[in-house]
Design a protein around this ligand. Structure first.
Ligand SMILES: [Zn+2]
Length: 87
């Protein structure tokens, strides 16, 4: 397994842990790959040859949970409250 393949595997695991459903990671470049979540659109970048000030796995998708898990969407909450008042 190459370094980029290993990093992609790690990135996928991190994104899945956060509830994302990632599109297949691109294999267009030897040392760089990215994907985005099909549900919320957050991205994940993988860099197999990072500069000293860069990190190998980054992006919203590894830092934040998918927005359809955990905290409810504030807009949905408002809709539900309005519906409640009608009845
Ligand atoms: Zn997501």
């Amino acid at each position: 397994m190459t370094r980029i393949q290993r990093l992609i595997k790690e990135a996928k695991e991190s994104c899945t842990f956060r509830g994302h459903q990632m599109k297949p990671f691109s294999h267009k470049y030897k040392k760089w790959s990215s994907s985005e979540c099909m549900v919320c659109g957050m991205i994940c970048n993988v860099n197999a040859d990072p500069a000293p000030n860069e990190i190998d796995i980054c992006g919203e998708a590894v830092a934040l949970h998918c927005r359809y898990e955990g905290e409810p969407d504030p807009m949905e909450t408002i809709v539900e409250e309005n519906r409640f008042e009608i009845y």
